[in-house]
Design a binder for this molecule. Structure first.
Ligand code: NAD
Length: 296
């Protein structure tokens, strides 16, 4: 797809971050939009921002939904076609983050992240695929992460969902190539992007003392790693769609970690353990009172 002008794009997670930036960039190019998010206030803000900054006469519809709800996603896809006449692009972008050890993670938290990050992408892909094929020229854009290429301690739930999105999308792309049906697929692997994801992420108490000092400090430290602007990320994603790329990396951090995982496909883990141990809180040596006898 060389131009987005006059096309129709459906975007999940459009109330914030990269979803909002994609919506604004596409609107500027004259692309009609169907925007979805669970956050109704954020969606309204996205709508207002587009209206204030875009001259192109584009039709924009919004839907409050939870991407982990399969029925809601199927209904939304049907509504998009009813309201816009067709859909050419779906950006399965909505996502959340979770930090916890494998041993300590609650099943409820795992189900939460898998429901959004993995099932949300599956629901969006399957609900829209028949309509993308019917449009004659379509594209599925699924957001994984650099953590879909590279694993880290304390991120097993996030890693699992993002590796799964990558496998799912790469397999989909191969099927679509074989079918020559006018639809393609791209998997997106952002590095650290300056969005709200950190604020909405869950950090389990079992991380404190293991990999982090405190939840508040961890959120602040993590945000320091967010080096790319969401507008720049949207630009890179749309360039990747135009070029029909299979994989899109965003940010120099993503390129570096991808290279590391390619050069040291298993051994990189030892480097991550070494670096994580250096950054982890040090076990405190108990302070002895003067009249305490050291216990042997
Ligand atoms: N920010 C980063 O550094 C980074 C890096 C790699 C990958 N990603 C991925 O990029 C995608 C976009 O995230 P972002 O960084 O823009 O974060 P963000 O928090 O700014 O935006 C995510 C959006 O998804 C929405 N959302 C969350 N759960 C939902 C649900 N159940 N149903 C519908 N909408 C839901 C949120 O309300 C929010 O508007 C996510 O998939 C994320 O995992 C982000």
């Amino acid at each position: 797809m060389k131009s987005f002008n006059g096309r129709v794009a459906a975007i999940t997670g459009a109330a914030s971050g990269m979803g909002r930036a994609l919506a604004m960039a596409l609107a500027r190019e004259g692309c009609h939009l169907a925007l979805a998010d669970k956050n109704s206030q954020g969606l309204e803000q996205t709508l207002a921002l587009i209206k204030a900054s875009t001259l192109a006469p584009v039709l924009i519809t919004t839907q409050v939904l939870d991407v982990s709800d399969r029925r809601a996603m199927e209904d939304w896809a049907a509504r998009c076609v009813a309201e816009h006449g067709r859909v050419n692009l779906v950006f399965n972008n909505a996502g959340v983050a979770l930090s916890s050890t494998v041993e300590g993670v609650d099943y409820a938290d795992l189900e939460w992240i898998v429901g959004i990050n993995f099932w949300g992408v599956v629901h969006g892909t399957k609900a829209f695929l028949p309509y993308l094929k019917a449009s004659g020229e379509g594209h599925v854009v699924n957001t994984s992460s650099v953590f879909g290429l590279f694993a880290q301690p304390g991120m097993s739930g996030y890693n699992a969902t993002k590796f799964a999105v990558r496998g799912f999308t790469e397999s989909l792309r191969q099927e679509l190539d074989m079918q020559r049906c006018g639809v393609s697929a791209t998997c997106v692997h952002p590095g650290g992007i300056r969005t709200d994801i950190c604020r909405s992420s869950r950090i389990d108490a079992n991380m404190t003392g293991f990999l982090i000092h405190s939840e508040q400090q961890a959120r602040a430290d993590f945000e320091k790693l967010f080096i790319t602007d969401p507008d720049q990320a949207a630009k890179v994603i749309l360039h990747g769609v135009r070029k029909n790329k299979r994989r899109v990396l965003i940010g120099r951090d993503a390129y570096f970690l991808d290279l590391l995982a390619r050069c040291l496909p298993a051994a990189y883990q030892a480097l991550v353990v070494f670096a994580s141990q250096r950054m982890a809180p040090k076990p405190r040596t108990p302070v002895l009172e003067t009249n305490d006898e050291p216990r042997l």
